[in-house]
Every structure is written in structure tokens, then in C-alpha cells.
Write a new protein. Structure first.
Ligand code: ZN
Length: 447
């Protein structure tokens, strides 16, 4: 899936490049080239949600194209003060989450083959150094529908548990290694050796603040308690009955775990026979925090250096932005409602950014593209707005007279022009009146 995506993108890029070349040749004859975006106005029915009103910008009385509100954009404070959504308690459905730590290794492809044959999915908590060694296996994990989690870079307890900041930097290092292959950041973490005896409140609190979800397990296959644990013993441990319909099984696919691979088919059939559904761990799983061990006295007793407030503010706090795209972005424009799905928008420097053309599509306004002058031209009927890709200058004009010019940073991403949502709404006469956020969505109400 990922591969075809990349190939598709390459072809798309080539196509766009050729089209641009053609356009440059033709435009002197034709003047401005109109781009007709495909009509794709999605309107979803209104659903009530548990959102709480957190940030409200000043409504603009004059509400004209010319009034760019300099009010603050949604920031991280909004993200961290989200209202917890009510958990979707489908806990009665028996579910097993098979998890594999310390890979990828040569054994991972065998594990993947077995999972494929059984038509089930699992979660792989990978080590950064192994990711660098076996990038193709990381791709395969994702392509075949499994989940990836972060298991730090080198698994070295001494480094990881001497204080929070070395732990953090290994998480980031691994995350980047994964993202360079998959294009996505994962917020799932499993601590090497588990959190018990290792994590104190600082580890838990700061990882949460950074947008991460830490997952331990409730069934240990025991495959790493010593070298070469025989598969029969692994099967026995991995199928221990517990009083919980949600089972997270700890296993390993790092090198030396051939016996785990041997045990796997029997473990799978055990849970299948018992009527369990197999699923992958996701950060938004309502019960995910119940798979965390409690802080132990021994971990509390470790006198480790605490990171400074300043370090937290620079490293941890802004990090949660990376994962905020899990929410959809809903816009209520007058009586119309339209949305960007997760991944269709992003947050950059505390601002919600959207691709201009898609945005205009959704509100039914067309965008023209002046290739020669690198301008995006939006005609709202009342005003004309020109956005310069090169300078970030936004010029509003009415009947050819310039009424206002201002500078708003824009971003080119491939062939798409990305603009800050608040500014583009205001500039097209839809001043935002309120912004609400909860675990599922951002909801922007405008005039
Ligand atoms: Zn491990």
C-alpha cells in the first residue's frame, strides 16, 4: 500500500511537472489558466458530541474580506485541555492483541507469514536500530495492515532508565527512523522490560503530555525470561487464562526467538477457538491505559535527575502536535457542514493548515492559478483574493482596487498550496466564531 502510494506520488509529480511546463508554454497565449477542481463537497449530518467550548475568538462585526483577525490560532493549550470522550465500551467483545517486541529481525518475515495465513493482525514494537537494519520489513508490517509501536532505539536499560531525557531522545530517534519509512508518526510506546520498576510518575506524565500512549501487557508469553525458552512453555504461558476480555500478549520477534515463531500457530488457534477477535493496538483504544503497570516503589526510589521546566516546554509540550491529526476537522459554515478527515489537514506552529484548493472546493468557491506570477486567485463574488506563493502576500481587491495587503505564511507541499485555516476563512468572509476540540474532532463555527 505504501509502495504504491509512493509510486503514485512520483507519477503524479511527473505529471504535474509536465503540466506546469506545458502551462508555462501556453500561458503567454492564453493568459491566466483556470484550474477546475473536481467537485467534492462533503456534507455530513450534524452529530452532537461531547465537545466543550474552550477557545472562542472575537467575532468580527464587520465581517468583510478585509478584516484579518490577528487573534491567536488554536494552540497546544487547546490540545491538552481536551475533554475526555466517553469510552466506547464494547468491552464485552473478547479481543486479543498479539504484540511482538525487539524486531524487526530475520524472524519477523516468518511471523508475518503466519499472521497472513491466519488472516489476523498484530502490533510490532520495534527498536530504532533494527528499523535501520530492516526497513523493508517495516514497510511490510504496515502494508499488511499491522500496527507499529516504538520500543526505543537500543533497548539499553542503563541508558534508558538513568533519567527521562535519554529515554525521550531514544523515542524520538526511533520515531523518526520509522517515519522516514512509513511517512507517519506513531504514538504507541512500549518500555523495554516494561514500565514496572522502570517508570516513575515523571516518565508516565511527560510521555502522556508529549502525546504518547504507553502499553504494557497482561499476558506474558515468557519467551524472554531466559535464552531459548522451549515453544511448549511459551504456548502454555501465552494461553494463561485471565479475568479480562481484553488480552495483550507479550511476545518477541527479535533474533534468537525461533521458539516463539514455532509457538505462534498454536497460540493463535487457542484464541481463535475461544472466540477472540484479533486486533491491533491503536492509541485511541478506550481501554489502552488499563494495559499500563502501576509505578512501583523501587522505581520511585530511584533518584533520577528531573528534566527542567524549560526542557519540557521546548521538547515535550509541542510534541503532541504530531499526533493531533488523529482528529477530523469539522467546519460549520453558516448552515453548511463540511470536514477534513484525519491526515487531510495538519497543525504547524500552532496553526491549522489546509490545502487551499480542497478547502475552496469544500465551500464551493473556485480557485484560479496564475502560473506565470505564481498566484492563487480566489473570487468570492464580492472580493478577489490573491495569494502569492513566493512572498506569502495576500492581496484583497474590490473592483480592481487594492483594499488590503498582508503577509500570511503559506506552504507549498508537492503541488499543493497550504494555507492557515483561520486566515483563509476570514479572507473569504467566514470569520471563525468558535473553535471546539475533543478527542475525535476539531469543530470550527464560522459566520
Ligand atoms: Zn524488549
Amino acid at each position: 500500500m505504501i509502495k504504491s502510494f509512493f509510486i503514485g506520488n512520483k507519477q503524479k509529480f511527473l505529471f504535474v511537472f509536465l503540466m506546469l511546463l506545458l502551462a508555462v508554454l501556453i500561458i503567454p497565449l492564453q493568459g491566466r489558466q483556470d484550474i477546475n477542481p473536481p467537485l467534492d463537497i462533503t456534507s455530513t449530518p450534524y452529530t452532537t458530541s461531547l465537545s466543550s467550548s474552550i477557545g472562542t475568538s472575537t467575532p468580527n462585526q464587520e465581517s468583510s474580506l478585509l478584516d484579518y483577525q490577528a487573534t491567536s490560532s488554536p494552540t497546544l493549550e487547546l490540545l491538552s485541555s481536551t475533554t475526555k470522550s466517553q469510552s466506547d465500551t464494547s468491552l464485552s467483545q473478547k479481543t486479543v492483541y498479539l504484540t511482538f517486541d525487539d524486531g524487526p529481525s530475520k524472524l519477523t518475515s516468518e511471523v508475518l507469514d503466519i499472521l497472513k495465513e491466519s488472516n489476523i493482525h498484530a502490533t510490532f514494537f520495534v527498536l530504532g536500530e533494527q528499523v535501520k537494519r530492516f526497513p523493508e520489513l517495516v514497510t511490510r508490517v504496515i502494508e499488511e495492515g499491522h500496527a507499529l509501536g516504538n520500543h526505543t532505539y537500543n533497548h539499553n536499560y542503563e541508558e534508558l532508565y538513568k533519567g527521562f531525557s535519554p529515554f525521550w531522545s531514544q523515542i524520538k530517534q526511533t520515531e523518526e527512523a520509522m517515519a522516514s519509512i512509513t511517512g507517519a508518526h506513531t504514538s504507541l510506546i512500549r518500555a523495554p522490560g516494561g514500565t514496572a520498576g522502570h517508570f516513575d510518575d515523571t516518565y508516565f506524565k511527560l510521555l502522556k503530555e508529549g502525546g504518547y500512549q504507553v502499553v504494557d501487557w497482561n499476558v506474558d508469553s515468557g519467551d524472554s525470561k531466559r535464552r531459548g525458552v522451549p515453544h511448549n512453555e511459551i504456548i502454555k504461558e501465552a494461553t494463561t487464562e485471565i479475568h479480562n476480555n481484553q488480552v495483550v500478549v507479550l511476545m518477541h520477534d527479535g533474533s534468537g526467538h525461533e521458539e516463539t515463531v514455532k509457538a505462534l500457530p498454536k497460540i493463535i488457534s487457542y484464541y481463535k477457538d475461544k472466540g477472540y477477535k484479533f486486533d491491533i493496538l491503536t492509541p485511541d483504544l478506550p481501554e489502552i491505559q488499563s494495559f499500563q503497570f502501576k509505578v512501583t516503589q523501587s522505581a520511585k526510589a530511584l533518584k533520577r535527575p528531573q528534566p527542567s521546566e524549560e526542557w519540557i516546554a521546548t521538547n515535550v509540550t509541542p510534541n503532541a502536535e504530531l499526533f493531533s491529526h488523529g482528529k477530523r476537522l469539522v467546519m460549520e459554515i453558516g448552515r453548511m457542514e463540511t470536514e477534513f478527515k484525519q491526515g487531510e489537514y495538519r497543525i504547524s506552529d500552532g496553526k491549522i493548515m489546509v490545502p487551499l484548493r480542497t478547502m475552496m472546493d469544500k465551500i464551493g468557491v473556485s480557485v484560479r492559478w496564475d502560473v506565470k506570477n505564481k498566484l492563487a486567485i480566489i473570487d468570492t463574488g464580492l472580493n478577489t483574493l490573491q495569494i502569492s506563493v513566493t512572498t506569502g502576500e495576500w492581496t484583497s481587491s474590490k473592483k480592481d482596487a487594492i483594499v488590503r495587503t498582508m503577509n500570511v505564511p503559506v506552504q507549498m507541499n508537492g503541488d499543493a498550496l497550504w494555507v492557515p485555516l483561520r486566515e483563509v476563512l476570514s479572507a473569504t468572509g467566514h470569520n471563525p466564531i468558535s473553535i471546539q476540540v475533543n478527542d475525535q474532532e476539531w469543530r470550527i463555527r464560522t459566520l
